[in-house]
Design a protein around this ligand. Structure first.
Ligand code: SAM
Length: 483
């Protein structure tokens, strides 16, 4: 009987609760009549969340992108929360703009990520260095992040719990940690490693590039043809053009020779880097050994590559032989792809890469007297028309960093600058969030081309690494003698 009327359970089914349970439900106003039948009453607040299914319509958001194939943060967050706990290690082998690392930092996971593209790595570095995150309360402060966070919970009232007079279950919302508004976090320390080229296999080419028995690459034939057709682009539309570009025999690391189209033609030799790894210092050294033995002597050595190892770029920049000009030439990645090459409309297949122009300056007065600072003047470009190297400007520098005590192996940046972001981008973004704690004047300096003053010791090396807006990295090492 319910409210004076007799009801029967549907045929073939029993009531979902025992008789006692039914009376409990009635006492709690959780039973109603739908005419011939009885129904249970459930409120939205009984379990005020909606389980996530495998269709994530709620994540179809448009987000601001810094990388054309950037994944939405929320998608990665959800995957990470489903599969890991705070303190776990997450690996993303296709870093891109670093969304996985960013989200891992946000959720207290450790991370490793990698990418073949220097542009991606540069973007990810900046994104991580300038990010801020909420501070989530820790479950056990003394045990650190691996103890988990304090999460929001919701009651999970079920008919069973009411019928049996049991306290309701609690649901934990793992995507809603409690935020301590008095604190803010930044990305923890991280390192950026580059894989050195494997020693001893420098001659290995992917199979599809090898055409004949002497190992000549068909791609290299294309590259030579392209070099002859388009020349090398320099600053302001200037060009180095060639009247011929031919294979060079008797050498291993210099694969081609050429003659410039000039009133007094110059002989050039060309060392092409590999398609699969950056042109490294060993290749530079071996090519230069071959140059020494060549007769007649070339006037130009062209190192053409899709990527330069920064050390190799430095070696090329610093080699100063009489009567010989060494050039670094960036190859357009379209040259890796046959179809793209044919369809390509521009003729920018090869262009000159600038040298970093950075100087160490002694401070002889004021409060920093006796210290030094570094000024980056931009990249130097080889001026094809004048045949001289001209200084570029700092507008194209996405990032530069300074190691004031370089060990010759790895850069440990003491100061990092983001000139292209201006004072609003780069560190400025971080400063906005951390306004109270950050000196605005310093933030502006970190968007410029001059370092902060620093002390220098005798017989040390100062390294300046510059990354331009195309992701091209260059390294300038300034040796300090006895002071
Ligand atoms: C779709 S994007 C990743 C986007 C990233 N999730 C984000 O949010 O920015 C793929 C990335 O994989 C990189 N990549 C392609 N082949 C690779 C390889 N063999 N090893 C490592 N990274 C690679 C590309 O350079 C590109 O940055």
């Amino acid at each position: 009987m319910f409210k004076g009327k007799e009801y029967y359970h549907p045929s073939g089914r029993n009531w979902a609760s025992s008789i006692d349970g039914m009376y409990n439900l009635i006492r709690n106003n959780r039973i109603m009549s739908t005419g011939k039948n009885l129904a249970y009453v459930l409120y939205l607040d009984d379990f005020p969340v909606i389980p996530i299914t495998n269709i994530w319509m709620d994540l179809l958001l448009r987000t601001e992108k810094i990388y054309v194939v950037q994944t939405a943060d929320k998608v990665i967050s959800r995957c990470m929360l489903m599969t890991t706990d705070p303190g776990d290690l997450v690996l993303d082998i296709t870093c891109g703009s670093g969304t996985t690392a960013y989200v891992a930092e946000q959720w207290g996971r450790r991370w490793i990520t990698c990418d073949t593209s220097r542009v991606a790595i540069a973007l990810a570095k900046k994104r991580l260095m300038t990010a801020t995150y909420d501070y989530y309360k820790l479950a056990h402060e003394e045990q650190g992040v691996a103890s988990g966070f304090v999460y929001k919970t919701v009651p999970h009232i079920t008919l069973k719990s009411i019928a049996n007079n049991e306290p309701p279950d609690t649901g934990t919302l793992y995507d809603q940690p409690e935020v301590d508004k008095t604190k803010i976090r930044i990305t923890g320390p991280f390192t950026v490693e580059a894989l050195p080229a494997p020693v001893g296999v420098s001659d290995v080419h992917p199979l599809d590039t090898v055409s004949d028995l002497d190992g000549t690459s068909t791609k290299q034939t294309d590259w030579r043809d392209e070099l002859l057709a388009t020349g090398i682009r320099g600053r302001g539309g200037a060009k180095i053009e060639f009247s011929r570009v031919e294979p060079l025999s008797g050498t291993k690391y210099l694969q081609a020779e050429a003659e410039t189209k000039e009133d007094a033609p110059r002989r050039a030799v060309i060392c092409f880097g590999s398609e699969t790894k950056p042109l490294d210092s060993r290749l530079v050294a071996m090519a230069l050994d071959e140059v020494e033995n060549l007769r007649p002597k070339p006037k130009l050595v062209v190192f053409a590559a899709f990527q330069f190892d920064p050390e190799a770029a430095k070696d090329i920049d610093e080699t100063n032989w009489p009567d010989l000009t060494l050039l670094k030439v960036q190859m357009n990645t379209d040259l890796m792809t046959e179809d793209l090459k044919k369809k390509r409309s521009s003729n920018e297949s090869f262009w000159l890469v600038g040298q970093p122009d950075a100087e160490l300056i002694f401070i002889d007065k004021g409060k920093d007297k006796g210290k030094y600072y570094v000024r980056v003047n931009g990249f130097d470009y080889y001026d094809v028309k004048k045949g001289t190297v001209e200084s570029g400007n700092v507008n194209r520098i996405a990032m530069w960093m300074l190691d004031t005590n370089y060990d010759g192996l790895s850069i440990e940046p003491m100061q990092v600058f983001f000139p292209m972001g201006g004072s609003d981008g780069g560190w400025g973004k971080l400063a906005k969030t951390l306004r109270a704690e950050i000196n605005q004047e310093l933030i502006e300096k970190y968007a410029g081309n001059q370092s902060l003053p620093f002390a220098v010791e005798s017989n040390t090396q100062i390294a300046v690494k510059i990354i331009d807006d195309r992701g091209i990295e260059s390294l300038k090492v300034i040796k300090v003698g006895e002071l």
